[in-house]
Design a protein around this ligand. Sequence first.
Ligand code: VGL
Ligand code: ZN
Length: 210
Amino acid sequence: MAQPSARSALIAVDVQLDFCPGGALAVSGGDAVVAPINRLAPGFGTVVLTQDWHPAGHLSFAANHPGAEPFSTTEMPYGTQVLWPTHCVQGSPGAGFHPDLALDAADVVIRKGANPEIDSYSAFFENDRKTATGLSGYLADRGVEEVWLAGLATDFCVGFSALDAARLGFRVVLVEDACRAIDLDGSLARMMGEMRAAGVEIRAAAEMAE
Ligand code: VGL
Ligand code: ZN
């Protein structure tokens, strides 16, 4: 798995303005993922972009829980939910991709998080772990056997996508330096541990041939 092949998919997760510096849920250094993703994309048989795409009334927003502070947590029917600042509202400028992201390289865009009652970190399933986005079938139909993950944020949407991909039976590579993390209360270290335990291979973009 040293290099990607025709049977490899690159999944660039949530490279959107709200997760970049100046955005509503800015990830430190978030815009630094754009250059390595653009450099890697041509080597893959399939390139997937994901786009966090919430209605304004989404229940993952602290603003929709009177009195709740952003980054506090609440219990939802499917488990503990972090209450985020309002971000990636459908059709808003912050929901748009970073302007330098090479959109022409993408085969498909998966939008997630549209159900106001359920958050959706993973590119494959909503946080109830049952409602599918359709990406798994799309990749299977194209003969994809391994997925490489990059984007934002390592400890939430990228990590959940990597764990689901491993669970679905894909070989999984995390391109660590083509990701950036939110790191909320140790969430980055926890997610890196979970990914390693699930057999996710951790690599650096620089190791890949030009
Ligand atoms: C994300 C929190 C809320 C992410 C999306 O892309 O990692 N994190 N929505
Ligand atoms: Zn979100």
